[in-house]
Design a protein around this ligand. Structure first.
Ligand SMILES: [Zn+2]
Length: 697
């Protein structure tokens, strides 16, 4: 989904798993979050001024001005450069720009009114431009470069990494070139925002005949009555469109819904995307790189597209053959029902997977939805994460937020408050359409506490709707909480720029995907998966069938991840002027899918990762391997209670960006990561599948 990291050292929005509030109570008194800089709660929270775009603009501009003042102070230093008069002041300026950029960017996605979202979009542009200017400021670079090497390794890492990013950004170029770089960066931000906005604003509606809803669960039917003309409206919002695509017995409806979902922002995003890719290519060339992908990978763990190709080759070898076996089993199953079927249509893939799991594993995914009502899942995820990471997460009342549906929680370690989190969890008009974690405030020890928001589109949130979730939704919830805790726990280093999301971008999806695995443990699930009407605990036998069924499709799912990866790399490597989006997407689709491509599928037009992750969608693939290797370090018989949770918190999360990501990985594993756990995770299907076949029915 949707990322908005324009300055590439600033990944501020994190996306969910791969592709696939409250009214104005009195503002909270100035909390621990405000510290030595004298920031008040209103200073740190743009939304406390309400929905007025003018007030929001004043808030953002005040932070931009403070950043300017910090930069002036830094440049005015006479005499020896010290950490106190240079790095600290640089970090203060950076922090002010982060506040302005992050909160503009969040309000652009969640602001309550169109006017506010428009204003926030413009201010995201403005504050990103200020961040780019700081990254190209030669005086600031020279001041930082003049610092003696800090004795403390963490501070040394921060300084060295900052200087590296300055050089990669082009700070050494002459003034005219830097002005050109700046203009390109600003245009890239503008086009990226326009690309995502088109997706947020384009909700498509498909009209279904009631008979086409055969196969959908009763609560879905109850919330989708036919209108006066006898039609049922199904939108492309995930809680609406996804169940219908998966469960409807009507191939015609599934086809229509698939095309609607994969036409979002098409054709309007065609020119926007071409412009975005062209500006990125121009910038990469100006900085001496053969392509944007080379530029975007230069400061990442992977290092270069050439190294990525080598790595992906190993992933392809590991997943292609087992994926093909899964798909072949699916096709032969579908042919038992429809003997004339040559190939499964991509529009029907999820439907047939669901039917196959029912037949082969005796598991109907609708049967677990009543055990996953939204409210109970939220409490369950919070309790699970609290136990795992030894924190306490408590609701706070009376906190002013940006929408009445948003809830707030404080995170504690004993008496020590670690930060605040906000949950904006259900769809509404004009809101960001994906699932993401968005930082609002970077923490700095003794100065300010970290804050972040989950921005999701889960079922529920309306009176009378229990918000029954698909089990995949629960996995996504855990995923996003992994991001959230990374940000909160890493927000206690001395500098804001040492926060969790400042680590190499291609490590970002490891903590999130690691937490997904906790879904597969019965002691974890049974603690919260209680039937929304009878309150019965999820039966162990049902859990076992679900778990076996879930292992089916993992390898082919990884092949699909390789498809998204290929699209993201190809779009950022091939010359944009001649790039045929449909043709390249289709070629990559057919390279990694056995399902039949559906003509009219323009998925790329709403592939918002192309903005936030640009060429680096591979992050999900690389980090899946790391996440599974991490998870294998936990005691399977005592996942939450063993010592691994605290060790993980201390060695992987808490250091934030004070160490290179590869060091964090080695520190926890005691070795380099390898594919062993990843292969075992994919091949689990065959062992358990065999058991299921003999015992099912
Ligand atoms: Zn994620």
């Amino acid at each position: 989904m949707v990322g908005r990291s324009h300055g590439r050292a600033v990944p501020f929005i994190l996306l969910c798993a791969a592709l696939p509030a409250l009214a104005a109570a009195a503002p909270e008194p100035t909390a621990a979050a405000a510290a030595t800089r004298g920031a008040s709660s209103a200073d740190l929270h743009s939304w406390e001024a309400g929905d007025d775009p003018g007030a929001f603009e004043s808030w953002v501009r005040a932070h931009l001005q403070r950043a300017d003042a910090d930069i002036a102070r830094l440049r005015a230093v006479k005499g020896a450069r010290t950490l106190a008069n240079t790095l600290r002041v640089y970090d203060d300026a950076f922090d002010q720009l982060l506040l302005a950029t992050l909160q503009s960017s969040v309000m652009y996605g969640v602001g309550a009114t169109t006017e506010l979202r428009d204003k926030a979009q413009a201010l995201t542009q403005t504050s990103n431009a200020a961040l780019t200017a700081l990254n190209l400021n030669h005086d600031v670079y020279a001041a930082l470069a003049a610092l003696p090497a800090p004795a403390d390794p963490a501070t040394r890492q921060y300084l060295e990494h900052t200087l590296l990013e300055y050089r990669l950004a082009g700070v050494d170029k002459d003034e005219a070139t830097r002005a050109h770089i700046k203009a390109l960066q600003d245009k890239i931000t503008e086009l990226g925002l326009a690309f995502e906005r088109a997706v947020h604003d384009d909700v498509r509606t498909t009209l279904a005949d009631p008979g086409q809803l055969d196969g959908l669960p009763a609560d879905y039917l109850a919330s989708h009555p036919a209108d006066a003309d006898g039609h049922v409206k199904i939108t492309t919002d995930p809680p609406d469109g996804w169940p219908a695509q998966k469960f409807s017995n009507s191939a015609e409806l599934r086809h229509k819904l698939y095309l609607a979902a994969n036409s979002v922002a098409y054709p309007q995003n065609t020119d926007t995307l071409r412009g975005l890719l062209a500006k990125r290519e121009e910038l990469a060339h100006l900085l001496g790189y053969p392509s944007w992908a080379d530029f975007a990978m230069a400061d990442q763990m992977i290092g270069s597209p050439a190294k990525l190709t080598e790595y992906l080759g190993k992933i392809d070898v590991a997943s292609r053959e087992p994926g093909a076996r899964e798909d072949a089993a699916l096709l032969s199953f579908a042919r038992q029902r429809e003997p004339s079927l040559q190939k499964i249509s991509a529009a029907d893939f999820r439907y047939w997977q669901e039917q196959y799991r029912r037949a082969q594993f005796n598991f109907d995914s609708q049967s677990v939805r009543p055990y996953f009502p939204y409210e109970a899942v939220e409490r369950g995820v919070i309790d699970t994460v609290s136990k795992l990471l030894h924190v306490q997460i408590r609701p706070v009342a009376g906190v002013r937020t940006w929408h009445p549906s948003v809830t707030s929680y404080d995170v504690f370690d004993g008496a020590q408050k670690l930060g605040r989190i906000y949950m904006d969890m259900h769809p509404r008009a004009g809101k960001d359409k994906w699932f993401s974690t968005q930082s609002l405030i970077y923490g700095a020890r003794g100065r300010q506490l970290p804050e972040a928001a989950l921005v999701c589109n889960f079922p529920g949130g309306t009176p009378g709707d229990p918000g029954l979730m698909q089990y995949g939704d629960v996995v996504v919830f855990l995923h996003e909480f992994g991001h959230l805790m990374h940000h909160v726990i890493a927000g206690h280093n001395p500098y804001s720029g040492e926060g969790g999301f400042q680590v190499e971008g291609d490590f970002i999806e490891a903590p999130s995907q690691m937490l997904e695995e906790f879904f597969h443990d019965y002691s974890v699930l049974s603690s919260f998966a209680h039937h929304y009407q009878s309150h019965e605990v999820l039966p162990r036998e049902l859990y076992e069938r679900m778990t076996r069924a879930d292992t089916y499709g993992r390898a082919s799912g990884q092949q699909r991840q390789l498809m998204y990866t290929a699209v993201s790399v190809d779009f950022h490597t091939l010359p944009p002027a001649r790039l045929d989006f449909d043709a390249v997407y289709r070629r990559d689709f057919e390279r990694y899918n056995t399902a039949a491509f559906v003509p009219g599928d323009h998925f790329w037009a709403s592939f918002t990762h192309l903005n936030g992750y640009s060429s680096n969608y591979y992050t999900y693939v690389l980090d899946k391997v790391i996440a599974l290797d991490f998870f294998a370090q936990f005691d399977p018989h005592n996942l939450l209670g063993g010592p691994a949770g605290m060790r993980y918190r201390q060695t992987v999360l808490a250091p934030g960006a004070t160490k290179p990501a590869a060091t964090l990985v080695r520190d926890f594993l005691g070795r380099e990561p390898n594919l062993e756990a990843y292969r075992g995770w994919m091949l689990a299907e065959f062992a358990s599948g065999a058991t299921a076949s003999s015992s099912a029915r």
